[in-house]
Design a protein around this ligand. Structure first.
Ligand SMILES: [Zn+2]
Ligand SMILES: [Zn+2]
Length: 239
């Protein structure tokens, strides 16, 4: 059963600790990402990825090459991933607070940040659909937050549309215990097209933390096989 943002907000810790910054505890005034509990000073210190970036995985480049070592010579269905943050420091704490602490109103901040990112949405976010990477079915059944889906919903106020043409299949091992080749194999067995899902014409995938990109690659392949054009992916952070 899909719970709405409103229900989650009232059920979460946000109701208990309103408007205190997750990172420093200061009272949060009016911010562009209200009601997300993040103050402007902490926001300025978050680990944003700055250029030059790898043309494929979006990680910061150390050398002046176009692609990072991992992406050089890689064949991939997904040509471009844009992470907002590096998965460390304050950015990692913020994402943990959202994912594990279920601080649902942080979705407003992530939506705000994604809306600022112009790689895919310039000139307008209206010419593609965001497709959130679906959560585990076990998670949905136990009533846990669909973090990625909630961010996609929060992006509606910035003019982004989304669809859910994918499902995650039950079972499947923990990705983090596998090596790269195993991850790719495991990921492609973990997702499928939703039986009643409408396949959007142009797609930008949305996910929270990208490690090897295996999940995004598997989702991109499914959508491409079904006739969609996948122009890239936006993720909160690259690990
Ligand atoms: Zn703060
Ligand atoms: Zn790369």
């Amino acid at each position: 059963m899909h719970r709405s943002i409103e229900n989650l907000a009232s059920a979460s810790l946000d109701a208990v600790f309103p408007r205190r910054c997750i990172l420093c505890g200061a009272i949060v005034g009016s911010v562009p990402w209200s009601p997300a509990p993040l103050c402007t000073s902490c926001e300025r210190t978050l680990e944003c990825i700055r250029g030059p970036r790898c043309g494929r995985c979006g990680r910061q480049l150390i050398s002046e090459q176009d692609y990072c070592v991992e992406c050089r010579g890689e064949e991939a269905a997904l040509s471009r991933i844009v992470p907002l943050f590096e998965f460390r420091g304050g950015a990692a704490r913020l994402i943990h607070a959202y994912k594990i602490g279920e601080r649902v109103s942080l979705a407003q901040y992530f939506a705000y940040k994604i809306a600022q990112e112009k790689t895919f949405s310039d000139p307008a976010p209206g010419d593609f659909f965001l497709v959130p990477v679906p959560p585990r079915p076990e998670k949905v059944r136990s009533g846990k937050l669909d973090q990625v889906g909630v961010i996609a919903e929060a992006l509606a106020r910035f003019g982004f549309r989304h669809r859910r043409p994918l499902v995650r299949l039950p079972g499947g091992g923990q990705q983090k215990l596998l090596d790269r080749a195993e991850r790719l194999k495991n990921a492609s067995a973990s997702y499928a097209l939703a039986p009643s899902g409408q396949i959007p014409g142009r797609v930008v995938l949305l996910d929270d933390v990208c490690t090897t990109g295996a999940t995004l690659e598997a989702c991109a392949k499914l959508l491409i096989q079904a006739g969609a054009e996948v122009i890239g992916a936006i993720v909160l952070a690259a690990d």
